[in-house]
Design a protein around this ligand. Structure first.
Ligand SMILES: NC(=O)c1ccc[n+]([C@@H]2O[C@H](COP(=O)([O-])OP(=O)(O)OC[C@H]3O[C@@H](n4cnc5c(N)ncnc54)[C@H](OP(=O)(O)O)[C@@H]3O)[C@@H](O)[C@H]2O)c1
Length: 265
């Protein structure tokens, strides 16, 4: 795009984005980063050969697109400092969880804002990322953010009211999967397998099943039924899950996460 891209905050998520954006073909000369943690800033600028900015103000002044990649509780302080420096030729893309576009726009003067919700697999380029636009952003701004974030995973556009559901489903989602892995590995060891064998079998089962989900046109329910023969082992396992109402408990957990996200934002 030839646009200058700035990052306020050079933490974990910023690193995932910077690495993805460079791989997608953006020149390192067009990437500028600021962070109050000078050690972290030095690490990022050295590793990715991106430009170190003298501070958040310079990042905003010198960039066309500014990623707000700081923790949610740091957003207000940073926008009080640099909000005034945005003009309507610039685009702000926030990745701060739970911070609404309205909240961000309060510190800006009619500036286009895109809010995004990545998840941790974005660190490997396998993110599930949702984006939404603020009051002053256009569809073309959404497309710019989409193009940049696409370097870290799959990007979907949702309306802002759905961001709490996104947070509960894909934001917290990796933790649900890690929990399944945790229980499966522990049980495998209890059943006599070594830690190494348990890790290999469980991790590969999750990768294999996820790959089938992504490549198959069948619903997960159908894929599950194919593994479940009458009177067999999987059926016996699912009798226990169904008796304990596992599906209802899991649904309640996701709904509770959504309500908590709403409360927090
Ligand atoms: N990590 C995830 O899985 C994930 C998933 C979805 C969304 N997010 C969102 O992504 C955002 C960033 O998360 P992260 O995990 O990358 O956080 P992080 O690793 O803590 O990175 C934030 C960086 O910003 C720096 N910083 C703090 N105040 C600053 C300021 N005033 N000006 C410039 N830099 C400042 C921090 O320095 P100090 O360490 O010295 O404070 C830190 O280096 C968060 O809002 C989070 O909600 C993260």
């Amino acid at each position: 795009m030839g646009k200058k891209i700035g990052f306020i905050g050079a933490g974990n998520m910023a690193e995932a984005l910077i690495s993805g954006i460079i791989k997608s073909g953006v020149s390192v000369k067009n990437i500028l980063v600021s962070d109050i943690n000078s050690q972290r800033l030095n690490y990022i600028s050295k590793k990715y050969k991106v430009k170190k900015s003298s501070g958040n103000a310079e990042t905003v002044k010198s960039s066309d697109i500014v990623f707000l990649a700081i923790k949610p509780y740091q957003v207000e302080e940073v926008l009080k400092e640099v909000g005034i420096l945005f003009n309507n030729k610039k685009l702000l893309v926030s990745i701060a969880a739970g911070i609404t576009t309205t909240k961000i726009e309060k510190y800006l003067r009619n500036i286009p804002v895109i809010r995004s919700m990545p998840n941790t697999p974005a660190l490997l380029g396998y993110g599930a990322i949702a984006i939404t636009k603020g009051k002053f952003a256009k569809t073309s701004d959404l497309r710019i953010a989409e193009k940049l974030l696409f370097s870290c995973g799959v990007v979907v556009t949702v309306s802002e009211k759905d961001m709490d559901a996104v947070t509960a489903v894909s934001g917290s989602g990796p933790a649900y999967v890690f929990y399944v892995a945790e229980v499966m590995r522990k049980t495998a060891v209890k059943l006599g397998l070594s830690n190494v064998v348990a890790k290999i079998l469980v991790d590969m089962t999750l990768l294999g099943a996820s790959s089938m989900l992504i490549t198959s046109e069948d619903e997960p329910e159908v894929l599950r039924q194919r593994v479940t023969s009458k009177g067999g082992t999987t059926e016996a396992a699912f009798k226990v899950l169904s008796n304990k109402k596992f599906g209802d408990i899991f649904e309640k957990a996701i709904v509770t996460a959504k309500n908590r996200s709403k409360e927090m934002s």
